[in-house]
Structure formats: structure tokens, C-alpha cells
Design a protein around this ligand. Structure first.
Ligand SMILES: C[S@@+](CC[C@H](N)C(=O)[O-])C[C@H]1O[C@@H](n2cnc3c(N)ncnc32)[C@H](O)[C@@H]1O
Length: 294
């Protein structure tokens, strides 16, 4: 089975997950593949080509790297793999390293907002997939004029705009909330100065179409800033299989220049990835990735 999503961070996730499965019971290679495949099937049903696909080749890579470290061993009888005591210790250490970061979304939001520090007060900002206004309200409080939109794509988000309105408080003057899909939103006269989104890109069924819409809605020179789940082990420990609906750094680096963004920056903030990209001022598209922090 070919895998579109097997980058380095996914391999790291796989090795951890194999340890978890083998800690519960011995399994053969086909059983391991089947188990992980079944668990990510729900994601794949939601977003074709988006979620994790694991084949025997990827699983072999994970198992042999674990065997090299002495964390798993093959039981020749029954050809099943088993975890060693060193493997159990390693698994505990991995969990301790990545757990305990529950405020990471706030931290990622602070990083995203810090990227706007040069923005003139009163800049016009669109928050795509605003939900209950997590980012929109923070930005309105900082003096930006904000439009928050949400398509109500899911059962849990059907009435999120109404709930966001209830929680609007004193930001009223600068914050407008609307039920709308980003792909159908008319462009304001000069375009938006900034477009932001929080944990929304992984929810978009057609990410390319939505990102093209975002590019179209930005004024030339305007910036798009997204925060979303980190793909891979750290993201998985915090967000479960949902993290595999998000875009990996490798995918962002491919799709953004292809759509016409440049000056691309990416920041890992605990189990989130903050992406910042610009719609070029004029037609010339360099597609340059200015920096990609670890
Ligand atoms: C997980 S919620 C995030 C809500 C909020 N931004 C937050 O950080 O708490 C993602 C939201 O994106 C919305 N969404 C998905 N696709 C969308 C689209 N094409 N246009 C506008 N909103 C969309 C969903 O309805 C959902 O409310």
C-alpha cells in the first residue's frame, strides 16, 4: 500500500505506536498493519489522500528501527513481534517527554499573534473556521477589524457562530461573525490585510480549494497565518489520529508556493505548527520558503 503521508515525523509516530501495540500483546507484521490501518480508516473516509496510510514497507521500517535499538524482538514461533523491557522503558520516556503541554494552543496562538506585531491597528483580518471565535476575539481585542466566518461543517460546529456571538462581549464594534464557507466568500473591496485560521485547515474537506480561496481573498502583500496540529508523534500524543488530517511541514512547503504564496515561515510550537505565508505584492511568484524552523 503506497503512502502519501509517510514523512520523517510519521515514521517517528509509527515506531511509537508499534511500541504501544506490542506492549498490549504480541503481533505479527500483518496484524500491526491492519490495526493501524483500521484506526486511521475513519480519517481517510473523511479526507481522501489526507490521512495516514501505512503499508508493510512503512511498518517494516518502523519495526527494524525498533529492533536495532533492542526495543522489540521477533519470536520465530508464530513470527510475532514482542516488546522488550528496554522497549517498555523507552515508551514511558517518550510519553513523559511530550505530555504536560496542555496550554500549547494558547502558546501557538501567541506565536501567531506575535507575527502580527508590525500590522497597523485597524488592519482588516479574516478568521477562517472561527468556531466560537478563539482567534477572532483575541484579534478584535488588539484593535484589528475582524470578520470571523464558519461554514458550520460539522454537527459540533453547526451553531458555533451563534455561540461565538453570545460570547462577543465588548469586542462588538470591531468583530463581525458570519456563517459562510471560505470558498464562497466575496472578496472585500481591497481584499483582507491578513487571513488567520486556528485548527481549521485540518477540518477542510478540500484544502487546496480553501487555500486558493484564501489567496484570492488576500490583498497583494497580505499574509495568511495558520495554526494547526503538528503531524507525527508529538501531535499524535496530544491530538490522536486527528493530527493526521493536518498538513505536515512537507505538504505546506509544497502546496503554498504552488498556489502562489511566498515568504513562507513555519514554527513548531509544542504540538502545533504555525505557518505564515504572503501573497506576493505583484504577479511575480518566487515561491520562496524564507525559513523553516525545527
Ligand atoms: C476545529 S474547529 C476550530 C474552531 C476555532 N478556530 C478554534 O480554534 O477553536 C474548525 C472549524 O472550521 C470550520 N470549517 C471547516 N471548513 C470550513 C470552510 N470551508 N469554511 C469555513 N469554515 C470551515 C468548521 O465548521 C469548524 O467550526
Amino acid at each position: 500500500m503506497a503512502s502519501a503521508r509517510c514523512g520523517p515525523s510519521i515514521r517517528e509516530f509509527l515506531t511509537y505506536y508499534v511500541l504501544v501495540l506490542l506492549a498490549a500483546k504480541r503481533r505479527t507484521m500483518p496484524e500491526l498493519v491492519e490495526e493501524i490501518d483500521a484506526r486511521s480508516a475513519e480519517n481517510r473516509a473523511y479526507r481522501r489522500n489526507g490521512a495516514l496510510r501505512v503499508g508493510t514497507r512503512e511498518m517494516e521500517g518502523a519495526i527494524y528501527s525498533l529492533a536495532d535499538r533492542g526495543w522489540v524482538r521477533l519470536r520465530p514461533r508464530g513470527a510475532s513481534w514482542d516488546i522488550t523491557s528496554a522497549g517498555r522503558r523507552a515508551r514511558r520516556e517518550i510519553e513523559q517527554t511530550f505530555r504536560g503541554s496542555s496550554d500549547s494552543k494558547q502558546e501557538a496562538a501567541s506565536k501567531l499573534i506575535a507575527r502580527l506585531k508590525e500590522a497597523p491597528r485597524g488592519s482588516y483580518v479574516l478568521d477562517v473556521g472561527t468556531g466560537e471565535g478563539f482567534l477572532a476575539r483575541k484579534l478584535a481585542r488588539r484593535g484589528f477589524r475582524v470578520l470571523g466566518i464558519d461554514s458550520g461543517a460539522f454537527d459540533y460546529s453547526k451553531d458555533s457562530i451563534e455561540r461565538a456571538r453570545e460570547g462577543m462581549g465588548s469586542d462588538n464594534g470591531r468583530l463581525e461573525l458570519r456563517r459562510a464557507d471560505v470558498t464562497e466568500l466575496p472578496c472585500p473591496h481591497r481584499g483582507f490585510d491578513y487571513i488567520v485560521s486556528s485548527q481549521a485547515v485540518h477540518c477542510m474537506k478540500n484544502q487546496r480549494k480553501c487555500l486558493k480561496a484564501i489567496h484570492r481573498l488576500l490583498k497583494p502583500g497580505g499574509r495568511f497565518l495558520s495554526l494547526d496540529f503538528l503531524v507525527g508523534l508529538e501531535g499524535f500524543l496530544a491530538h490522536g489520529f486527528h493530527c493526521f488530517l493536518a498538513m505536515s511541514r512537507e505538504e505546506w512547503a509544497q502546496i503554498l508556493p504552488a498556489i502562489g504564496f511566498d515568504d513562507i515561515h513555519m514554527y513548531k510550537v509544542r504540538n502545533y505548527l504555525v505557518v505564515d505565508a504572503r501573497r506576493p505584492r505583484s504577479g511575480g511568484q518566487t515561491g520562496a520558503i524564507a525559513s523553516a524552523a525545527a
